[in-house]
Write a new protein. Structure first.
Length: 272
C-alpha cells in the first residue's frame, strides 16, 4: 500500500493528530529525566527510575528502582513556624520521597536497586550505580538539587485545604465540600480500586475527570492524626516527571502539569 493511499484514507488532520500524540508520548525521552545519553552502559531510559523486577516495596511509586531516603532526614516547612500554615504535615513520603531520592543530592542519580540486564535476581538493598565513571550526586546543575532542608520549598506531605477537610462521606473519608480553609478550591474525589483518589481540576470549567493536567493529590495512610484518607499535597501534585516542557507548548519550566502563565499552577489550588 502506498503512502498516498494511506494519507488519503486517514486524512491530513488525522495524520497530524497521530504525529502529535507520538511526540507527546516522548515526554521522558530526550528530556532532563533521560539519563541514557550520558552513558554507554545502557541503552535504556526508564531503568534509572523504574524496574520490572526487584523494585522497592516501600515506595508509593510503581516499580521504583531507587533506594528511598529516610523521612526523618528532611527539615520540613513547618519548622519555620509561620502563622499562615494551617495544614498539618506528615513525614516526608509518598511520591515526594521518590523524587527526593535524586533531588536531595544524597546519592548518585544512577544508583538503582536493579541494574540493566540483571533480570529477576535479588535487588541490592543499598543500591548500585549503573555507571560510576559518569554519574555523581546531583549538585544543582543542570537540574535542581533541593537538598534535605525543605524550608525554602513549597510544603509537601501536607494536608490539602489549609487544615484538611471536615465531615465525612459514607465511605468514611473526608467530604470535599467542607474545606478547613476556604482560601482553597475544593478538590474532586473518586474511588479507584476501593481507594479514595483526589485532584483539583485545572480547567476553567471543572470537568470532574482526573487527568494528568490536573493537580493530583495523594492519600496517605501515615498522614497527620485524624487525616487518614484525606488528600495530601506532594511533589507530584504540581509536577509530572514524564511531561517535559520540550513537548508542551508555552511551558517554560520542565515537568509542570500545566503551563504557569498568570501563575495558573498556584491559582488552580489557591484562591487569590
Amino acid at each position: 500500500m502506498s503512502l498516498k493511499i494511506i494519507f488519503g484514507g486517514i486524512g491530513i488532520a488525522a495524520l497530524l493528530a497521530l504525529l502529535s500524540s507520538v511526540a507527546s508520548a516522548q515526554g521522558v525521552v530526550g528530556s532532563p529525566h533521560d539519563l541514557q545519553p550520558s552513558t554507554t552502559n545502557t541503552s535504556e531510559t526508564c531503568v534509572f527510575c523504574h524496574t520490572p523486577h526487584g523494585s522497592s516495596t516501600s515506595a508509593a511509586v510503581p516499580l521504583w528502582n531507587k533506594t528511598l531516603p529516610a523521612p526523618a532526614t528532611y527539615t520540613r516547612y513547618s519548622s519555620l513556624n509561620t502563622s499562615t500554615l494551617s495544614g498539618a504535615e506528615a513525614p516526608v513520603g509518598s511520591v515526594s520521597l521518590a523524587c527526593l531520592s535524586c533531588h536531595d543530592g544524597s546519592q548518585a542519580v544512577d544508583t538503582v536497586l536493579n541494574t540493566p540486564g540483571r533480570g529477576m535476581g535479588a535487588s541490592f538493598p543499598a543500591g548500585t550505580q549503573i555507571d560510576a565513571a559518569v554519574f555523581d550526586a546531583m549538585e544543582g546543575t543542570p537540574v535542581p538539587m533541593l537538598g534535605t532542608d525543605l524550608r525554602d520549598d513549597h510544603p509537601v506531605s501536607i494536608q490539602y485545604g489549609g487544615g484538611g477537610l471536615l465531615g465525612s462521606d459514607a465511605d468514611g473519608t473526608a467530604n470535599p465540600a467542607n474545606l478547613g480553609n476556604q482560601d482553597f478550591n475544593a478538590p474532586e474525589k473518586d474511588t479507584i480500586n476501593t481507594n479514595p483518589a483526589w485532584w483539583v481540576d485545572s480547567e476553567d470549567t471543572a470537568n470532574q475527570t482526573r487527568e494528568k493536567t490536573d493537580m493530583i493529590l495523594y492519600t496517605r495512610t501515615d498522614g497527620p492524626a485524624g487525616a487518614t484518607g484525606e488528600p495530601m499535597v506532594e511533589c507530584g501534585s504540581c509536577h509530572d516527571p514524564h511531561n517535559s516542557s520540550t513537548f508542551v507548548a508555552n511551558q517554560s519550566v520542565s515537568f509542570l502539569r500545566i503551563p504557569n502563565d498568570s501563575s495558573q499552577i498556584c491559582t488552580t489550588c489557591h484562591i487569590k
